[in-house]
Ligand binder design. Structure first.
Ligand code: NAD
Ligand code: UGA
Length: 462
């Protein structure tokens, strides 16, 4: 099947960058990204320095392809109709109500996509799961498509995305692997080939792995679980280092030099954040329970429990530093994004740490170079809503938050500094020169301990 038109439903952190790169590398294919949120589409069509997603290198890719063969549109119907291949890159958050609440993936957005595809399609389509989904979701999608369509043939593929935020463009240009899961039937294999041919425009064939649909769906959840497991493993050991005099960075280096283990994802931190690790592991835990594999479920659940433990341990260190008298004390919060080089703050440890400090009575001066005040307030409001705080308590916490435009201003008058994102500008600051009174809590291990700062710094795992 020759692919001339691709439609991607979902113009978020995955849909936007992945489609921009496909369009750049495949000038012979028209790629249109659609979204139910018209504001997002407007922003994707707007100035290059204000795209809805911040990623190094993204604006250059969009600049080259937009208007040539890359389009952003509100017209979901027209673009589904026109495309031979449709990617579904919509959000799959953790369910907040109903069966599996707090654990299972909420599939309502993917289901609504499938319904739209069935309703608007007038010819056969290849439908691709780009979102991260529970294993065997393709079955459910097939049911929806077949129930609502008029004899049109849909071939469903799984093609999970492995990009990491902050390095998305580089990851898409040089993927470690592209995974494509398809049905073993003749039409399934034809569809797999059509997708392989697209990636083969810039990814070498030996990196394109084809499997059955279920392996592909599960491999995505398992990859995220194993990455997060390494972070929880090293974070758990950071607590032991603090008790024994061992140094977690030295430990990471010694462990990571074993080629069988490798050095990546062994950096101790205040805890992993992001929109995916926690939700994907919870989803995996839910699936294991569903299949009666309670021991397996418990094993993976520990990864989340250690992450919560680490975030809480960090907060308690700060509170203990004030010898229980934290009321009205100013604390600088440096960094809101869940990692450097992204404007995404979903699931960021900063949200948890800040909220606990506010609950204890502290006053916060917050600064992040990429996340703005309205987003920070929204992250806290969402949390407060889930905790059912009273209006009065929300007002009190809101009145204890101040925003500043640079990190130096955040430090003025602060008795403690919490470094929560590893932004380059924080790394380059002359930390030894800050006031003797302020204590620094380095949740990202960006400051080297030395004889000048040893009493001023709490560095995780030392
Ligand atoms: P996102 O929230 O940034 O974007 C999803 C978009 O889909 C939103 O703009 C939303 O308006 C739109 N949408 C939802 N339902 C729709 C519908 N029925 N019709 C049209 N538009 C609709 O989410 P994201 O971070 O891009 O993640 C998308 C998926 O990719 C998730 O399953 C996630 O787990 C997975 N993933 C994310 C990353 C990442 O780095 N963010 C990496 C790999 C995989
Ligand atoms: C992660 C995976 O790395 C991607 O492969 C995957 O596609 C994506 O999730 C997804 O499915 O959404 P992402 O969350 O964007 O990517 O970023 P990571 O680099 O994995 O970092 C996640 C969190 O772990 C961040 O808070 C980061 O600071 C933290 N981290 C990472 C550590 O604390 N220590 C480390 O050694 C590495």
């Amino acid at each position: 099947m020759q692919i001339k038109n691709i439609c991607c439903i979902g113009a978020g952190y995955v849909g936007g960058p992945t489609m921009a790169v496909i369009a750049l590398k495949c000038p012979h294919i028209n790629v249109t990204v659609v979204d139910a949120n018209p504001k997002k589409i407007k922003a994707w069509n707007g100035p290059l320095d204000a795209l809805p997603v911040y990623e190094p290198g993204l604006s250059e890719v969009v600049k080259q392809a937009r208007g040539r063969n890359l389009f952003f549109s509100e017209d979901i119907r027209g673009n589904i109709e026109k495309a031979e291949m449709i990617f579904m890159a919509v959000n799959t958050p953790t369910k907040t109500e109903g069966e599996g609440a707090g654990m299972a993936a909420d599939l309502r957005y993917i289901e609504s996509c499938a319904k739209d595809i069935a309703k608007y399609s007038k010819s056969d389509k290849i439908v691709i799961e780009k979102s991260t989904l529970p294993v065997r979701t393709a079955e459910k999608i097939k049911e929806i498509l077949e129930e609502n369509s008029n004899g049109i043939h849909f071939e469903i593929l799984s093609n999970p995305e492995f990009l990491a935020e902050g390095t998305a463009i580089q990851d898409l240009f040089k993927s470690d692997r592209v995974l494509i899961g398809g049905d073993e039937s003749e039409s399934g294999q034809k569809a797999v080939k059509a997708l392989v041919d697209i990636y083969a425009n810039w990814i070498s064939k030996e990196k394109i792995l084809t499997t059955n649909v279920w392996s592909s769906e599960l491999a995505k959840l398992a990859s995220n679980a194993m990455l997060a497991q390494r972070i929880s493993s090293i974070n758990s050991l950071s607590a032991l280092c603090e008790k024994t005099g061992a140094d977690i960075d030295e430990l990471s280096k010694a462990i990571g030099m074993d080629q069988r283990i490798g050095p990546k994802f062994l950096k101790a931190s205040v805890g992993f954040g992001g929109s995916c690790f926690q939700k994907d592991i919870l989803n995996l835990v839910y699936l294991c329970k569903h299949y009666g594999l309670d021991e397996v479920a418990e094993y993976w659940h520990q990864v989340i429990k250690i992450n919560d433990y680490q975030k809480n341990r960090f907060v308690q260190k700060i509170i203990e530093g004030f010898e229980k008298d934290i009321q009205g004390q100013k604390i600088a919060i440096l960094g809101w994004a869940f990692k450097a080089n992204t404007n995404d703050s979903r699931g960021s440890a900063s949200i948890y740490v800040s909220n606990e400090l506010l609950a204890a009575g502290a006053v916060l001066k917050i600064y992040d170079p990429m996340v703005d005040e309205s987003r920070i307030r929204m992250d806290l409001e969402i949390l407060w809503e889930s905790q059912a705080l009273t209006k009065k308590e929300i007002e009190r916490r809101n009145a204890s938050i101040f925003f500043v435009n640079d990190h130096k201003s955040a430090l003025i008058g602060s008795m403690a500094v919490a470094i929560l994102t590893e932004w380059e500008e924080f790394k380059n600051y002359p930390w030894d020169s800050i006031s003797q009174a302020a204590k620094i809590y380095d949740g990202r291990k960006i400051i080297q301990k030395n004889k000048f700062n040893v009493d001023k710094i709490y560095s995780l795992g030392v």
